[in-house]
Design a protein. Sequence first.
Length: 146
Amino acid sequence: MIITIGSDHRGLPQRRVIAETIESLGYQVDDKGAFTEDACDYPDVAVKVCREVSSGAATYGILVCGTGIGMSIAANKVSRIRAALCCDITTAKLSRQHNDANVLCLAGNHFDEIQFRAIVTAWLSTDFEGGRHLRRVEKMMALDAD
């Protein structure tokens, strides 16, 4: 499984922790940057990551910016993306179980290393439940056609 990751300059240290966590779970990391602490625009990185997921080149994506808000808004502009801004293990699991989220967005300013590892692990370890949730996900995905 390939997990594509990206961040703006404010998420660079956290992205390294996320990459280590992904690799420790046995998955491959595809890192789309940013690779320096020079200021950059989060939508540029979000699009790179989300196009990989949308095309099927990557199974999931994980994005980090200062608050996670900008990344989540930008990510959800890409067709076939269901990006979820998660603030804890519970929301991470529910975003997968109920919404079949394929991109996880995180706030670089709000978590320590242990929390990042726990949230990423929970998100990657949780499956979509389907059932009644599938109908809702299909309705969301139909909005791509509008």
